[in-house]
Write a protein that binds this ligand. Structure first.
Ligand code: ZN
Length: 411
């Protein structure tokens, strides 16, 4: 997606506010001698913002509007070190709810829906974002917050909730609890708005089937408003995002170069109208691509593919950027292999080698299967791995994705 004239003008306003506020980004611009931009090239030469910049601004260094205009803060979880504090003006809060309302409309919700929200409230952006959008739409909100499955199910039955907002893992837990208690005939859900985690096709099908609902993926991060900046439509081919509020680029996470539409890389987001804490070229470390062309649903809003992982998982092999999730996608095309796999990368005789271990049962021709998988990886990613097929149950079972990749080059 090329940046438009309107978006460039909006970025210039954000730049002026950042310079005036003397925020970290304002200083970056001053160091680079930039006061405004006029072309797409200028934009692509603007410095990135990083999570660390945001942490260093703790507690209120990101505040870009005058204090009297700030009405609220949110904070992203600080798993490592200081949290990030994002100040919002009244307009930011309203813009966010407008975007969230659009998400609900994209998912086919209306003012007669009853929306049960199981996301957390408080510093975290999730719960309150889901709620503000629902109120803007005119739906009835059931603001449960997380946990307490018995009470969730009671309310779901008694209030005839039609929409569930939750994480994929909690939706699955609820689906299982409904099955266990044999209360499916008392549940009136028709749709699920599922956010904040990466989830596989298998899990999605299971939730959808057991709850008998259509599912929509919602996208967002606290640094950029929160959830609600994009959502999948009924055609389920990527998430539409609101390009009148955000400009999204996909970059090569190593070189920082902008990639053409359709190519996989790191999602980088620029806010276009944010007041409390505008962000220019914020590196999300989320891995996705922009889907070229128009969606069959007819919406003109551009599409970002489902987030397939984090750039931190990236491996560089023979000069090609590879993500474990890409390998996983390819293995899904082979019903004869189990969901377990292991990747070992080594450096032998001056070149990188990837060995890919997969499992199957004894009725399959191991050599033939290995060849087929290797050629599929070659055609989809661009290099040929050494595929080793082993007997079912031989690979170590691990909860953590990262354990599946062993890079022997640095041991
Ligand atoms: Zn669509």
């Amino acid at each position: 997606m090329n940046i438009t004239e309107t978006q460039i003008a909006q970025v210039n306003k954000q730049i002026q506010a950042l310079i005036k506020a003397e925020s970290f980004y304002g200083k970056k611009l001053e160091d680079a001698g930039v006061e405004s931009i006029s072309t797409a090239d200028d934009f692509e030469n603007l410095p990135f913002s990083e999570k660390n910049d945001l942490r260093n601004a703790y507690p209120l260094g990101l505040m870009t509007a005058p204090e009297e205009k700030i009405v609220r803060i949110h904070s992203s979880s600080g798993t490592t070190g200081l949290p990030v504090i994002i100040p919002y003006t009244a307009k930011d809060v309203d813009d966010w709810s407008v975007m969230f309302k659009r998400c609900y409309e994209m998912a086919g919700l209306n003012d007669m829906d009853r929306i049960q929200i199981t996301a957390g409230y408080g510093l975290w952006t999730a719960g309150i974002g889901f709620q503000a959008g629902a109120e803007k739409l005119g739906s009835m909100v059931v603001p449960m917050g997380p946990g307490n499955t018995d009470k969730q199910l009671q309310m779901m039955m008694d209030l005839k909730t039609t929409v569930l907002c939750s994480t994929s893992s909690y939706a699955l837990l609820l689906a299982e609890a409904i099955e266990e208690r044999a209360i499916k005939d008392k549940i009136h859900l028709r749709k699920g708005i599922i956010g904040s985690e990466r989830w596989g096709e298998k899990m999605r099908k299971r939730i959808s089937k057991e709850l008998g609902i259509e599912l929509y993926d919602i996208y967002g991060l606290t640094e950029i408003y929160g959830p609600g900046i994009g959502i999948s439509c009924s055609h389920d081919c990527g998430m539409h995002y609101w390009d009148d509020y955000l400009y999204i680029e996909i970059i090569d996470p190593v070189t920082g170069k902008v990639l053409p539409d359709g190519e996989l890389g790191e999602v980088v987001i620029t806010t276009l109208v944010k007041e409390g804490a505008p962000l220019i070229r914020y590196r999300t470390h989320d891995l996705s691509r922009i889907i070229p062309g128009e969606c069959p649903c007819g919406s003109k809003f551009p599409r970002l593919d489902t987030i397939i992982g984090r750039t931190d998982d990236m491996m560089k092999i023979k000069g090609v950027n590879v993500f474990p999730s890409q390998i996983e996608e390819i293995l899904k095309e082979f019903p004869e292999v189990s969901s377990e796999y292991q990747i070992r990368i080594s450096h032998l005789d001056g070149k990188d080698t990837m060995r890919l271990y997969v499992e199957t049962n004894g009725t399959i021709d191991f050599l033939d299967l290995a060849k087929r998988i290797a050629s599929r990886v070659k055609s989809k990613i661009g290099f040929t791995p050494l595929v080793k097929v082993v007997e079912l149950g031989l690979l170590p079972r691990s909860e953590k994705k990262s354990k599946r990749v062993i890079d022997e080059r640095y041991e």
